[in-house]
Ligand binder design. Structure first.
Ligand SMILES: NC(=O)c1ccc[n+]([C@@H]2O[C@H](COP(=O)([O-])OP(=O)(O)OC[C@H]3O[C@@H](n4cnc5c(N)ncnc54)[C@H](O)[C@@H]3O)[C@@H](O)[C@H]2O)c1
Length: 343
């Protein structure tokens, strides 16, 4: 490591706020720079993270030669590609929230830009940093389960969060939500690659308001016949559970591992709001001196990769594979038939 890192966060909303505070709390970071167009939110995060500078103009961060690494957490998702591209072109290491881009050509361009300059470039697939997912990965890697035959992940988020996501860009539940679980499954399956996907949408309360399905289901066939099934729902009522709920099943020839990530292990019940399941957000959250969830560790992992020149956990080339699958899933849902993945 050459010295304390100078880090920038572009878009200090929900996730960017967490990235900023995690960076501020890391001993690896000497200086923090923040950018957001929402002055109020920028001030709120600045209060928590104490940056050297806050600005409404993200291009200032990219142009600042002192900044080593930039985290791109802005929405709408149309901003991901131009912001990451500008940061990589300026020679910054980049952590980019999913989705990597809107088209495969854009993703290819970003990957090539990073590789040609030997820059760290990674995508925010935070779910890999949950202890349950880490345990599943280890049980696969050390042979405990034998040969994996199937992986199933069912995830639902609340209607209000689903509306926030679907109102800003017309990206499908596969692109915005199942993407986390596809990434996790493909990471678990190592060299095996997806060859075909069948997807079906379930339409409900979100059709009229958002033009988007309530839930999207995907069945992915891997090149050795392993079946990956992912469900991504966005219409849960509030409270049950509060933000997100996930169920995971991995079956192998020598065993099975089943994980309940439904966040029903802590219940807050008030006269005003009834039953709520706290600590159930996907990125997690600070609870005073501790962090509950994956995003803080994911952020420090990226900072460590930059500081000590270590590999990043999420290879953007796998993020590109994941993108191919959710794009093919959307095509499948529209056509009503299985779609081959063009590897
Ligand atoms: N890993 C996870 O668990 C997880 C969870 C939620 C969201 N995400 C991803 O993270 C990204 C951010 O999601 P969020 O919920 O934090 O969004 P958000 O809407 O809360 O925050 C985005 C921020 O970007 C800012 N912004 C918009 N235009 C800007 C510009 N030109 N310059 C600087 N800032 C600008 C907005 O003002 C806003 O504060 C999304 O793309 C989403 O896909 C990941």
């Amino acid at each position: 490591m050459t010295g304390p890192l100078c880090v920038g966060v572009i878009g200090t909303g929900w996730c960017g706020g967490i990235r900023a505070v995690a960076s501020a709390r890391s001993p690896l970071v000497g200086e923090l720079h923040l950018a957001d167009i929402r002055q109020e939110r920028l001030a709120e995060v600045a209060e928590l993270a104490g940056p050297a500078k806050s600005t409404e103009d993200w291009t200032e961060l990219v142009a600042n030669p002192a900044i080593d690494a930039i985290m791109v957490s802005a929405t709408p998702e149309t901003l991901h590609y131009p912001m990451a591209k500008a940061a990589l072109e300026a020679g910054k290491h980049v952590l980019l929230e999913k989705p990597i881009a809107l088209t495969l050509a854009e993703a290819d361009e970003l990957i090539a830009l990073a590789e040609s300059q030997r820059l760290k470039f990674t995508i925010g697939y935070s779910q890999r940093f949950n202890s349950k997912q880490a345990m599943i990965k280890r049980a696969i890697d050390d042979g405990t389960l034998g040969t994996v035959t199937s992986i199933l992940l069912s995830r639902h988020i609340t209607r209000s969060l689903g509306a926030k996501i679907s109102a800003r860009t017309p990206l499908s539940p596969a692109a915005m939500e199942a993407t986390h679980d596809l990434d996790f499954a493909f990471w678990c399956l190592g060299d095996r690659r997806p060859v075909r996907v069948y997807s079906q949408n379930a339409w409900g309360v979100r059709r009229e308001t958002l033009g988007s399905p309530d839930t999207q289901y995907l069945v992915v066939t891997m090149d050795d016949g392993v079946v990956v099934t992912v469900g991504a729902g966005m219409s849960l009522p509030p409270g049950y559970p509060n933000q997100s709920t996930t169920w995971i099943e991995v079956l192998g020839t020598d065993g099975a591992i089943l994980a309940d990530a439904s966040h029903r292990d802590i219940v807050l019940n008030t006269v005003a709001d009834g039953v709520r399941f706290p600590l159930s957000t996907m990125p997690g959250e600070y609870v005073d001196h501790v962090y509950a969830g994956p995003m803080e560790r994911e952020t420090t992992h990226f900072l460590e990769a930059v500081a000590y020149d270590r590999p990043v956990m999420v290879d953007p080339r796998l993020a590109r594979v994941t993108m191919e699958v959710y794009l093919a899933a959307d095509e499948s849902a529209a056509r009503g038939e299985a779609v081959a993945i063009r590897a």
